[in-house]
Design a protein around this ligand. Structure first.
Ligand code: FE
Ligand code: FE
Length: 179
């Protein structure tokens, strides 16, 4: 990498791929959410994420480049962990895990957009800076919204433990009656 301009282009391609991976993953995350509030938050962010992809395409255009992604290993890793966390979990615990996974993704995006926006300012690509800032603001809002949703879901996830214990006791009683 010889200069900031090159770094900017390279990271833009990385983020473009990251956003496209997320467009594919969010419908699955929405389907897996037990809470309807969480599900609609994911569906809403899916729509925003499609706009994020389009904004990045506009940034490529500003640079007179064809939009082209470069595999973002970080996002692939975050999404692989998200998938792992969703498997074999009780509904409320799964939601708590989904929120954690989604917030890790948002924080990754916030860091990425923050850097790109700063570099766009330094390179005086004003139109790109504006577009990147718009998305950055939406990522931050999403992160805050997830924190709000987590406030109720984490409590329900904690209560899941009591429910699992009492239902296994109920199942135990049924078994002993059957015998
Ligand atoms: Fe995004
Ligand atoms: Fe996002």
């Amino acid at each position: 990498m010889k200069d900031l301009h090159e770094l900017f282009s390279e990271q833009l391609a990385d983020l473009y791929d990251a956003e496209k991976q997320l467009v594919k993953a969010l419908p699955k995350m929405a389907e897996n959410a037990a809470s309807s509030e969480l599900e609609s938050a994911f569906r809403e962010h899916l729509e925003q994420t499609q706009t994020h992809v389009e904004r990045l395409e506009e940034v490529f255009e500003i640079l007179s480049k064809q939009p082209k992604g470069k595999k973002c290993e970080a996002m692939a890793g975050l999404l692989a962990e998200a998938k792992e966390m969703m498997e074999d979990a009780e509904p409320n615990v799964k939601d708590a895990a989904l929120i954690a996974a989604a917030q890790k993704v948002e924080h990754y995006e916030i860091a990425s957009y923050g850097c790109l926006r700063t570099w766009a300012d330094l390179l005086e690509i004003d139109q790109a800076s504006m577009l990147l800032q718009e998305t950055l603001d939406e990522e931050k809002e999403t992160d805050e919204k997830l924190t709000d949703i987590a406030a109720s879901i984490n409590v329900e996830a904690r209560e899941e433990r009591d429910e699992v214990e009492s239902s296994s006791k109920r199942a135990g009683r049924k078994q002993s009656r059957a015998r």
